[in-house]
Design a protein around this ligand. Structure first.
Ligand code: SF4
Length: 253
């Protein structure tokens, strides 16, 4: 069985691997993947050296994961584009569960019964749901998909007892401080004691969306803190990183 995992990086200092899946059911114009298909935390020289190696088979993924575990990996982050478009995702999680903490980054548009079951059983898993906006019209306009399935799947995750955190990108003119406050209020009313991670937009050239100012960021944080616990993206996660797949040595040979 093939997975849709095409890129793996490892963060040495925090013992965290980042497994990146190809493909997404949304089409957000601000998507960081428009800048590079690779982990954008890598230095420019490494980024320039990478060549596609194809999707990992489930067996190859297991071998990579087992080697990382034996080298000390404590956390596996599943992200990239959208991991839930991969039908192998439940098997990927099943393999990682119990070997490492698992953090699934998702837009929560697609949540199959099999995936929900796997997450429910996985004591070391947490899900981070990215909420783009609570404005239903803007959601459809910018992601290409309706908002309602996302909200329904958030309820399903919470009701199933899956540890779930939330994330949103602060985008002036689309999801500004008021939009972030609206999301925080929604979470307070529908989830309870939620954690909301706020990411300032990293602008993609040619898309017209700009980086928020420090003042806008402060405003968004203060508004959200009235309802939920707030974290900033990347807090405490700075680390040296290396490429695990595709192997650079392989491509130099
Ligand atoms: S959901 Fe995430 S990966 Fe998919 S298009 Fe939007 S920003 Fe990109």
């Amino acid at each position: 069985m093939l997975t849709r995992i095409y890129h793996v990086t490892y963060y040495l200092d925090i013992r965290s691997a980042y497994f990146q899946f190809a493909g997404c059911n949304f089409s957000c114009p601000w998507c960081i993947r428009r800048l590079t298909p690779w982990d954008h935390h890598l230095d420019s020289r490494t980024l320039a050296s990478l060549r596609a190696g194809g999707f990992l088979s489930l067996r190859a993924f297991q071998e990579v994961a087992d080697k990382l575990v034996s080298d000390g990996m404590e956390e596996a982050v599943l992200g990239g584009e959208e991991p839930t478009v991969d039908d192998a995702l439940p098997a990927v999680i099943r393999h990682l569960a119990g070997r490492a903490r698992v953090r699934l980054l998702t837009n929560a548009y697609r949540l199959t019964a099999e995936l929900l079951d796997e997450l429910r059983r996985c004591a070391t898993c947490e899900v981070v749901v990215s909420i783009k906006t609570l404005d239903a019209e803007k959601h459809r306009e910018y992601t290409g998909k309706p908002l309602e399935p996302v909200l329904r799947n958030i309820s399903a995750l919470v009701e199933a007892g899956v540890r779930t955190l939330f994330e949103t990108v602060l985008i002036p003119g689309l999801n500004g401080p008021e939009g972030v406050e609206r999301i925080a209020k929604y979470l307070r009313e529908n989830v309870g004691d939620a954690v909301l991670i706020i990411d300032p937009l990293i602008p993609v050239p040619g898309t017209g969306w700009r980086r928020p100012t420090e003042e806008e960021l402060r405003d968004a944080v203060e508004r959200a803190q009235r309802y939920v616990a707030v974290r900033m993206h990347g807090e405490g996660r700075r680390s040296r990183s290396v490429v695990v797949y595709p192997s650079q040595l392989l491509h130099k040979a």
